[in-house]
Write a protein that binds this ligand. Sequence first.
Ligand code: SF4
Length: 382
Amino acid sequence: MLRQASLFEKAPAVKISPDFRKRLSLLSQDSRFDLAGSCAKDPLGQGRKRGPLGRWLYPVVLPNGRRMTLFRTLLSNQCFSDCAYCPLRQERDFLRLSLRPEEIADAFMSLWRRKIVHGLFLSSAIFAHPDKVMEEFITVARILREKEGFGGYIHLKVVPGASEAAIETAAKFANALSLNVETSSPERLAQLSQAKKFEKIWQGMNQLKKLKERFLFSQTTQFIVGAAGETDAEIILQTERLYRQLKLNRVYFSAYQPGLGKQDLPGEFLARQNNFLLREHRLYQVDFLLRKYGFSAREIPLKNGFLPLEKDPKELWAESHPEFFPVNINKASYKELLRVPGIGPTIARRILEARKESYLKNISVLFPNKKLFQKALPYIVT
Ligand code: SF4
């Protein structure tokens, strides 16, 4: 494991003052509340595991499936907003800090030249008018692109309430832009924030969708799961809408962490009683079913509006649809194969390829491990 203190020492081109190091450490740590990356490594919720390379380094899986290490920080943790679930909200009293765009650009280039990071993820609390915050994001991106000639990955947040002009300028520089939807409806958001407006966020996401036709970038968003007391059914329906209507590249889920927000939040009690990290993991499984397996939101098995936590939603669907099985692996279509527990897109494609060569009798060799094959076995025939 790399020690974070040693990272900049290895890159002597940039002098790192103790003051800058302190601010960067704290602001990178604060950026952990915004995932924009799957966090399914810890489905049993035994404690999140992020940033094994150091506080400001985050291994992520991008919407296109590529893995990379991002340099990740907030510009500032000073916030004029009031999101009830967020520990950075204005009413709280703690040390507020900021970084200058030039400092971030220098630090990033220093790490990038050493091949310690591959890209940048820049976010911020709302320390000024949304356009001012966007202007600082853009300044960092402009320095990297125009002064340093950096052609790699830059992910910028879009601040709710930013003007169309500011969003468009950011789109010219970024590989990915994210505007967080936060929750499932205007009513739910009103329970969490008076400052953020669901319609405005949706409007911004719509603009991003249109900009994608002119500029090449991925559009992502994130739900804070459970803070407003919303059900999984509400989140899943909204997720489907985001993919179908707004053509989002990825939707991320961040389980509300009890104790971080106001104690009277609708979801606070539920979050203390239930394993919200496992809930987050189940939502990621559903996200795969919607994006890659041809499922619709209405097909996802729920109990009282929530995903049963004890089992994978695809397995639950299979158990409740005996009429669909067994699937004949020599005749089934790609879509039918994807409905079989243990068979994902890779194995389904392997089956279709192998079928071209010969009649399949034993397909165990097409599975990467025995566990997946055992899962599929009760649902297939040759
Ligand atoms: S805008 Fe809301 S979520 Fe973002 S830092 Fe401020 S209080 Fe937190």
